[in-house]
Ligand binder design. Structure first.
Ligand code: FES
Length: 292
């Protein structure tokens, strides 16, 4: 929130934040300097310009000409706009990619990036996707309803998951059905943490399905909660996916206003100020009253 508001984190912010969280300033500093979306400014440094153009220089974009793009933008822009090299922004199929503020420029070239920057066109537009009404009309949330009504049993659903051979893609390839089964046997309370992050070049599956069919993902979360006996859901969304955040907040609100069954708590941190500005490693919520 501090970064979103001031466009940087001053040393005094880091100290104040450490005080708020009862942490050592070094711990806040470590996190703040790990993510390129945070700009930590020391006492005598000049804050960066508020408009940042991020250019992905990971594999796919590099092969598609990111280096030339960065050099040309560096020459084009004066000090009122900062050009920053960043790792994969999850749009590799459109390489090379630049992001003006939070607005991605696919198949970027200097002219397109300059036009958006001069217009201060920094907010991404939402893609076409299956919204709440369309999902319900097509039979969405009926599986979740059948679970709650007792027409299915948790063990049966976990068995289906096991037989599907669905595995995590975080590196360990751990079978999802086995994970659900193991966690279910632990004493509660149990929590579901959904890690919507992907930063490896060539990986943009999360963004793709969230931007096309978000309720299929949400119904999966609800079924997982029911099958495993989970009370609360925490969602983490990477900072790069600003359109996803807007879309998910909107659709979670629609779900909350017309729930197919009683919902578990889906919560974290969201304020009006940050409604369009998700910040890496922050949790967020469709329910401003449910702050973590
Ligand atoms: S490598 Fe550039 S968006 Fe993924």
């Amino acid at each position: 929130m501090i970064q979103d508001r001031y466009h940087y984190l001053a040393a005094k912010h880091v100290v104040a934040l450490a005080h708020e969280f009862k942490l050592a300033p070094t711990e806040v500093f470590e996190v703040a300097t790990f993510y390129h979306h945070f700009d930590v400014i020391r006492e005598n440094e000049i804050p960066p310009p508020s408009l940042i153009v991020r250019v992905c220089d990971s594999m796919s974009c590099r092969m598609a000409g990111a280096e030339n793009l960065i050099q040309e933008l560096d020459q084009k822009f004066d000090e009122s706009i900062r050009v920053q090299r960043v790792p994969c922004v999850g749009r590799c199929q459109h390489a090379p990619v630049a992001v003006v503020g939070q607005n991605p420029v696919d198949l970027a070239n200097p002219v397109k990036v300059q036009q958006k920057s001069e217009l201060n066109d920094t907010i991404p537009s939402l893609p076409d996707y299956v919204d709440y009404n369309a999902y319900r009309t097509a039979g969405g949330y009926q599986v979740f309803q059948s679970c709650i009504k007792g027409e299915r049993q948790p063990k049966e659903v976990i068995e289906v998951l096991k037989n599907s051979n669905l595995r995590g893609l975080g590196g360990a390839g751990f079978p999802a059905g086995m994970k659900w089964d193991i966690v279910r046997k632990f004493e509660g309370p149990r929590l579901l943490a959904v890690n919507i992050d992907e930063g490896e070049p060539g990986t943009f599956k999360d963004r793709y399905f969230l931007e096309s069919d978000p309720h299929r993902f949400l119904e999966g979360c609800l079924i997982a909660c029911w099958a495993v006996g989970i009370e609360e859901i925490y969602l983490y969304l990477r900072d790069e996916y600003a359109a996803c955040r807007t879309l998910l907040l909107k659709e979670l609100e629609a779900l909350k206003n017309d729930p197919p069954e009683k919902l578990p708590k889906i919560h974290g941190h969201a304020t009006t100020e940050t409604a369009l500005c998700c910040r890496g490693r922050a949790f967020w919520s469709p329910n401003p009253g449910a702050q973590s």
